[in-house]
Unconditional design. Sequence first.
Lengths: 348, 338
Amino acid sequence: MSDPRDPALPPGGAHDSALPPGGAHDSALSPGGAHDCAHTDSDPADPFGTPGTDALDPARPLTATGNLRRRQLLSRLIEGSQTAAALLAVAVLAAVVYSVASRGAGALNLDFLTKGPPALPDTPGGGIAPEIVGTALLMVVATAMALPIGILTALYLTEFAPPRVGSAIRLALDLLNGLPTIVVGLFVFGLLVVGHYQSGFAGGFALAIIMLPLIARATQEVLLQVPPSLREAADALGVSHWRTVRGIVLPAARGGILTATVLALARAAGETAPLIFTCSIFSNSVSLHVFGQALPNIPVYIFNASEAADPYGFARAWGAGLVLLVFILLSSLAARTLLNRGHSGTAR
Amino acid sequence: MSDGARSVGPTGLPSARLRMPASGHRRGGRRALDRIGDGSLYGLCVLASLLGVAAIVAIAYQLINGAGLAMSQFGLGFLVHSEWKPNFNVFGAASLLYGTAVTSLGALLLAVPIGISIGLYLSTVAHRRVRGVIGPLVEMLAAIPSVILGFWGIIVLAPFLQAHLEPFLHRTLGFLPIFGAPQTTGTGLFNASLILTIMVVPIIASISRDLFLTIPNDLREGATALGATRWEVVRGVLLPSASSGLVAATFLGLGRALGEAIAVTQVIGAGNAVHASLFGTGDTLASRIADQYQGATTKLQIASLFYLGVLLLVIGLLANLAAQLIVRRFSVRTAIAR
């Protein structure tokens, strides 16, 4: 970092540097490797270590000494700490997944997935069927709003937008993606809930705002990868623009759009912040009404359980967490595999 | 309208179509349909794109509108008063700003070196196959829903911190005021910082890995040929060439840490005091909004929550804008360099 113009210059100064004409002095691989340090007290009239004197002395060991050794040691130490950082991240992932799996597995059984909550509070048993159905419905509502708008936005960016307008819209999408999700929840609360009721629609709308930039940006990347030759062929045949889009561009990008949608769903499925203002006060029964009342959903269920102090509620929350985590990890894994296959498939 | 757009094809080639000679009466109908189709496709696309932009404007408007009552009542004094007493209709955000700053900066302090180290490991140290396994695993960390991570933070991490890490830090580094006496629960600013670190590390790691992988190999090989060790290559070539991107990644991580509401609410312990000690409880802007969602009754309290939302929006937008502007300038520069 110290001096970017002279990147390879190590702190040791000219002797240590590989720049002098002696070239190989510093390299541990050359027979003269030991020179690095010994050089200082060699003959001053022979600064470059004439071959035939001590440079090729076969008795000299090939191991590095002195300053070079210190530098190599430092390098190895830092590489070791980088490896440790990566392992730490993986270990944290393993710890979280293990906690959720080991504590959630106990709660998990068929009843848990198909039944509602127990009749009395503070009792064991019961399930999260209403939450599973509600989360699925919320996903459908959110996707129904975000997917068409996202695809059309991506089409605008790749097919129509002048460069300046395009970059402004991309910036807006990136900013939307980076917004704190609780702010989105507050927005939908002010827009749809104040003066009305919480509803599945409001929750789905908030999640759609989260999904929109993800779908739009990822779809745009996919559309950019559609081979130009396909479009040119359509153009050459005199096919109109909208027919080209409908018949050539979108079908070619179908797999990528699917991947983008699944990834966006995996993100939205676990979002709690947009829902606690819009879709959190629900009765624990299976409901298919999107308008007028809040839909039970898994993230808010876990959040509520974690704020309460009911050990049976904790157990159910771990179970719900396991269901959610399995869905999210599996779908993002599937999307990633799909993506990789798509990448290796296209001749790029 | 559609003709104008059509002349600039997506491929950059002029895609001007040959005007088909009117070679039949059926063609006319089809061409009219095509004109309608092209026009409506363009219209729909413009409309959809405007929705994305409009969403940001609408969010800002709605929040400021909702905060109006609190803004007129408290003005900018809201930022420097720390009382939050719904019963007395007194609200202030000072302690929340403090909590937000401490947790986010604490998270960045840990996440930036760890994230960049992982990025370096994945791009320079790890074997290609190992990279293919560990890279996705680190990204999986970002896929864990915040509510689950927060729940884990309460049930698993908090007891561990309370029993082991916090006493240890207090014993060894207790002369620093930030490592005060451990609390009884393990929830607090420290726990929140750690949970935020877990969320920010994968962001910084994957961005920095991509940055390091895009640096031309010639530069690396050149430095290596000059006798630099691998760390010297990193310090002298990789880090300087990626520095602006790394700053952008840090800002993105900051945006994430500032705005995280749910997990922080779960582990921060909802306090309203400004402590020097990290082990004390606190609240951030986002977590205060989240934990009052059912308790907000008076109009003034709701308006104050919206005021917090406005602050969060402004800070979050600034962090993200900084990141995006740096990324854009950076990518333009590398595009020119190539």
